[in-house]
Design a protein around this ligand. Structure first.
Ligand code: OGA
Ligand code: MN
Length: 213
């Protein structure tokens, strides 16, 4: 198809446009119900199945190739998801992600060429201290993406809020985000420092990064 036809073919997606706007203006976006209740259930079942198979390992500081486990900084356990070996739940997940990525690449010239995602479980008492999602040996992470897979009856007392530190000089501007099921948070990996507060009830999520080359 010619480029002209492709352009004519383009249909604006209001949700994606809002995400793009949010990130442009405030460096983050919170999208409730990015995944519906049924999708959350399917993804949670996949996460828990793998957890029971004991495929998870203690999360590390650093990236896949440079890992050091420091429990005083983070206490979650993770499992990287291999898109080439994805199960039906993960297919559903990647279909949505790829749709978003294609849209971003088409409209924002972001040049997202790679992505990496992992399941994460924060057992009771764990946390992830304030940090930035970029590493000394890898600055390709552009957008961080977190999707919560907690149960419907999740309550603020369960802890595990995500805090985005938006302005060093104005702590009152810190953004507190509860890990509600189906909610997705997207933020600029190289700019937004953030933290996961101590968890009181096992906290379930998929976290990932959209990366340039
Ligand atoms: C991370 C992270 C945030 C969250 O895994 O790097 O900051 O809310 N996760 O789980
Ligand atoms: Mn992080």
């Amino acid at each position: 198809m010619s480029q002209l036809f492709e352009a004519l073919d383009f249909v604006e997606n209001p949700l994606y446009e809002r995400i793009i706007d949010d990130v442009a203006k405030q460096k983050f976006s919170v999208i409730d119900d990015f995944f519906d209740a049924n999708e959350v259930e399917v993804l949670r079942a996949s996460l828990l199945e793998k957890y029971e198979e004991d495929a998870f390992k203690k999360a590390a500081i650093g990236n896949k190739f440079d890992e050091v486990i420091v429990k005083s900084i983070r206490g979650d356990v993770i499992l990287w998801i291999d898109e080439t070996k994805s199960n039906p739940a993960e297919n559903l997940f990647f279909n949505k992600i790829n749709d978003l990525v294609n849209y971003l690449n088409r409209t924002c010239f972001l040049g997202i060429l790679h992505k990496e995602f992992h399941y994460a479980i924060y057992p009771k008492g764990t946390f992830y201290k304030r940090h930035l999602d970029t590493f000394k040996n890898d600055d390709r992470r552009k957008l961080s993406f977190v999707c919560y897979l907690n149960h419907e009856d999740w309550q603020p007392e369960n802890g595990g809020e995500l805090v985005l530190y938006l302005d060093e000089t104005k702590p009152e501007n810190d953004k507190i985000i509860y890990p509600l099921p189906g909610r997705v948070v997207i933020f600029e990996s190289q700019i937004i420092e953030h933290e996961v507060k101590p968890v009181d009830t096992k906290r379930l999520s998929i976290t990932g990064w959209l990366k340039t080359r």
